[in-house]
Every structure is written in C-alpha cells, then in structure tokens.
Design a protein around this ligand. Structure first.
Ligand SMILES: Cc1cc2nc3c(=O)[nH]c(=O)nc-3n(C[C@H](O)[C@H](O)[C@H](O)COP(=O)(O)OP(=O)(O)OC[C@H]3O[C@@H](n4cnc5c(N)ncnc54)[C@H](O)[C@@H]3O)c2cc1C
Length: 490
C-alpha cells in the first residue's frame, strides 16, 4: 500500500476551506453532527433522494469518528448472551442481522475507488485472556448456526503460533470482519455524502432547536435552518439542543498509539495481519504501514491529552510482547465515545420528526452505519425496524457520579481481567511443571528398573489429574503478576 495509515491528506484532515452556514436554509432533513453517525444518515438519506443539511460544530470527524481504529465487527458493545437474555432469542437475532447489515454498508462504501488509500483487509481475531475453551465451543455454535455469522475457533497453539506471547489462550477468528483506515473513513463518508447531494456545514454549532411544529427550526450563531426532520447525532457533545439527551451517555475517552517502524521482527512476533482484540475489551492492536504497531488500550472518563498515555501504551506493548522490547511511540490519538447504561446504541424517534442516533460506544463503525440505514429508510420509506431498539430506553448516565463510577468500574474490569489472566497463566505453568515432574519420575523409575505400578509413598500415580496448586500458593504469584500489570495499564 503506497499510502500510509497516518497520511490523512490536508483536505481530509479538514484544512480545506470549511463551509459555514451563513444564510437561512430549508431542507427535508437536518442532521446535527458530522461524525460517523451523522454522515452515514446523510449519505443514505441523500441517496434516497432527500435534501439533507449536516451541521457540524467543529469539523468533520473532529472527535472519535476521525480518531479511531477502523475495525468492523458484527454486534454491539452489549455481549450477545446478555442481549438474548434481555430481549429474547428472536429479537436478538434480528438486531444481530441489522448489525451485520451495518458492517456491509461500511464494506460497500469503503472501496479503493470511493476512498483511495482506505486499505480494507479481511479477518479479525478475538482472543481470550483466560483458558475458556469450553465456553468457546458453545459460542461458536451459536454464532455459526443461530446467528449466521462465520466464526472459526482457534486452539491455544494456533493463537500462540500467530502471536508470540503466552498471554492469550483460545481465539475466535471472524473471516468476514474487516478493517479499514479508521481515520480516513469518516472523510470518505463525507465525500460520498456530498457527492450524493448532502450539504455539510462546519464551524456551525447548533445552539437550539424548536421541534414542536411540522417544520422544525434549528438555530446556529449565524443562520437558521428549517427542516421536517431533525436527527441528533452529536454524541456526548450535543449540549444545548437537548441537554437531557447528552446526560444519558457516559463519556469514555479512549486512546491509541502508533509505534515507530519496527522492521521485520514485528512480523516474526505478530503473524496475524488483521485486528486483534482481547475478549475483555482491554487491548486492541494491529500492524499498520508495513511494520508499525497500532495499539489501543487506556481509557478514562475524563478528557486528557492523548500524548499523556504514550508511556502507558509502550509499557502495555512490552508487557504483552516482551520480545519487542521498549518500542518508541511516534504518534498518539484518541477521542470520546458515548456509552449507554445498557450497552446498546440509542437509535429511534423521540417524537414526531425528532430522531436520535448516538451511544455507539467502542463499536461505532457497524452500529452507526446501521443507524444511518434505519433512520433514513424509516423517514423516507416507512421502514419500522428501528423499533427493535425500543426496549433500550434513554437512561440517565449518572452525571459526575456516573463518571466516577464508570472510571472505577473500568479500572475494576481491567484489574479483574489482569488477575484472571495471571491466574490462568499461572495454572498453565503449574500444569506444565507437573507434567515435567511426572515425566522425570517415570524416567527415574525406568532407569531404576522399577515399574510405575507401585509409586513411592507420597507420589501420585502417573494418570492422576495434575494437582491444582493450593489456593494461597497459587494466588500469590498470580496476584503479584496482576498488580505489576495494573501498574502499567493505567
Ligand atoms: C481510540 C478509538 C478507537 C476506536 N476504534 C473503533 C473500532 O475499531 N471500531 C469501531 O467500531 N469503533 C471504534 N471506536 C468507536 C467509534 O469511533 C465511535 O463509536 C464513533 O466514532 C461515534 O460516532 P458519532 O458520530 O456518534 O460521534 P462523534 O464522532 O463524536 O461525532 C459527533 C459530532 O457531532 C458534533 N456535534 C455535537 N453537538 C453538536 C452541536 N450542538 N452542533 C453541531 N455539531 C455538534 C461533534 O462536534 C462531533 O463532530 C473507537 C473510538 C476511539 C476513541
């Protein structure tokens, strides 16, 4: 690929002359926010023939949408089993299909012809921090048979052949999941939406809306707009137009870094070419630009400069792939995602002609595309499938207290993931030592001419299951390892 992952062109990066709304305007649909959600809706609605105006307070892709990884998976932030528990098998199946349609929308648009340098490649690997092979089988069965999603189970050996670390156990490989240059995608979407006829105005914050009449009024500092439909796609920054809506989202800032070129050794250590993410949602990485490693890990519920987390990303890489040594982080980026209390996105009609598309959390590529399709098709074609999201109401995210709780829950999640991982690896080492000891004993018995029929007192027969280390004995080194890890992951 001749383009580099980081070489977003001047125009793409928003340095082109930005059009600000400076005159009053009428449109069928006014979309507030030019992130992935707003632009997906604008593109779909313009393609279906509506006149669309997008109003963006800063510039296209300014926040998370222009500073993200670009991994496209089916599903939602809410795990599939929880989704089934919440709304039943059938509706969960329909929502899951919609999420796959969202991913296909991205695939269809992210062609090299539409978006030069977008670099779409197939295959994503989800790996487990703990030895959970038994759970994996039922998950694979469910995905393949009940949810019509291609997924392949990888044994520990195969995972470790592809990723030279003992940190991970089993894996689920999704051959049809894919990745694109996440930071280029949003600008590609904007270009496609414009080409389809949508008008995008930047530096145009919406300061208030009046959604009571048939023709709704949208007020910006320099002009007014009238539209029959308003779509609120402002994520956590929506603010004044409907403050209560922003308060239903917990803001979570996520940060990622890109290393300096690492040469051939990177491929010797990381053989998998697509995105890799662990099943606890802590680490997410892939190789970009031939020999650089892009790594996403830290998150906070407070805004901070991404650069501050360079050391933490570096230490995280070293703790998982020690053979890479101390890598140099040459670039950091990040943005804030809006997470809902129930883990599902907010997609639907709040009142006649007033729509919301928000709360996409860390899985916004497919879900924002899905929102675009559902909302545009409902407005223009009467498609009512967005109602499948009705069980997921707007729930207040707890304000400042919610953020503190969110930070603590995040830290706790990372700590327990680290502890569970350390314990799983400790157990694995104990099993290996056990097997080695038994082999040595058998060898000694053979050399001494004694059979294994009567092992000496205190020695377990060979076929006995490997001993589990005593709880206190096993917990201590695992806890030490986990706390070392915690030290590097915050
Ligand atoms: C580091 C990182 C990595 C990620 N990796 C992935 C990944 O690999 N795969 C994946 O699926 N997801 C990923 N995500 C998540 C994904 O980026 C988000 O879910 C998605 O970008 C959210 O899009 P959005 O349009 O809802 O929000 P935003 O990107 O926040 O866009 C909202 C826009 O609305 C504008 N706005 C708000 N209020 C107003 C107003 N009043 N007037 C005018 N404009 C307004 C804002 O200025 C902003 O530009 C990642 C996120 C981060 C931070």
């Amino acid at each position: 690929m001749s383009e580099t992952f980081t070489s977003v062109s001047q125009e793409e990066a928003g340095f082109r002359q930005r059009a600000r709304l400076s005159f009053d305007l009428d449109a069928d649909i006014c979309v507030i926010g030019a992130g992935l959600a707003g632009l997906s809706i604008a593109l779909e609605a313009a393609r279906l023939g509506a006149s669309v105006a997008v109003l963006e307070g800063r510039h296209i892709g300014w926040n998370a949408s222009g500073n993200q990884f670009g991994t496209v998976m089916p599903g939602f932030a809410l795990p599939l089993t929880d989704l089934i528990e919440r709304i039943g098998f059938e509706d969960a199946g329909e929502l899951w299909s919609l999420s796959k349609e969202g991913a296909e929308f991205v695939r269809a648009n992210a062609t090299e012809e539409n978006m030069p340098g977008i670099g779409l490649t197939d295959g994503v690997l989800e790996i487990s921090n703990v030895d959970a092979g038994d759970r994996l089988i039922s998950r694979l069965q469910m995905l393949n048979e009940d949810f019509d999603t291609e997924a392949e189970g990888w044994q520990v050996d195969r995972v470790r052949e592809s990723l030279k670390t003992d940190r991970y156990f089993h894996g689920v490989y999704y051959p049809k999941a894919f990745q694109v240059d996440g930071r280029k995608y949003v600008h590609g979407l904007a270009a496609l939406a414009r080409r389809a006829g949508a008008r995008i105005f930047e530096d145009t914050p919406v300061v208030s809306i009046d959604h009571s009449g048939i023709r709704k009024r949208i007020v910006t500092p320099s002009a007014r707009l009238r539209a029959s439909q308003i779509v609120l796609a402002g994520n956590i920054h929506l603010g004044a137009p409907l403050r209560r809506l922003s308060e239903t989202l917990l803001p979570v800032w996520r940060y990622a870094g890109i290393t300096a070129p690492l040469g051939e050794r990177l491929h010797e250590i990381i053989g998998f070419k697509g995105s890799v993410m662990d099943s606890d949602g802590v680490d997410h990485f892939r190789i970009v630009d031939g020999d650089r490693l892009m790594w996403e890990s830290p998150e906070t519920t407070w805004a901070a400069q991404p650069r501050r987390f360079a050391g933490s990303v570096r230490r995280r890489i070293r703790s998982i792939f020690p053979e890479l040594g101390d890598v140099e982080i040459s670039e950091m980026f990040g943005g804030v995602t809006g997470q809902t209390v129930h883990g599902m996105p907010q997609i639907g009609q709040l009142r006649k002609g007033l729509w919301v598309a928000s709360g996409f959390g860390r899985q916004g590529m497919n879900t924002s595309a899905m929102a675009g399709q559902l909302i545009a098709r409902s407005i223009l074609q009467g498609d009512e499938r967005w109602k499948l999201f009705s069980p997921f109401e707007l729930v207040w995210a707890g304000g400042i207290t919610g953020r503190v709780a969110g930070q603590l829950v995040g830290m706790w999640g990372r700590a327990s993931s680290a502890a569970a991982g350390s314990l799983a690896r400790y157990r694995e080492r104990a099993r290996v030592k056990d097997r080695e000891r038994e082999a040595r004993l058998a060898e000694a018995n053979r050399a001494a001419g004694t059979g294994p029929r009567h092992p000496p007192a205190g020695i377990r027969p060979r076929m006995a299951p490997p001993a589990q280390p005593a709880a206190a004995e096993e917990a201590e080194p695992a806890a030490q390892e986990a706390s070392r890890e915690q030290g590097v992951s915050q």
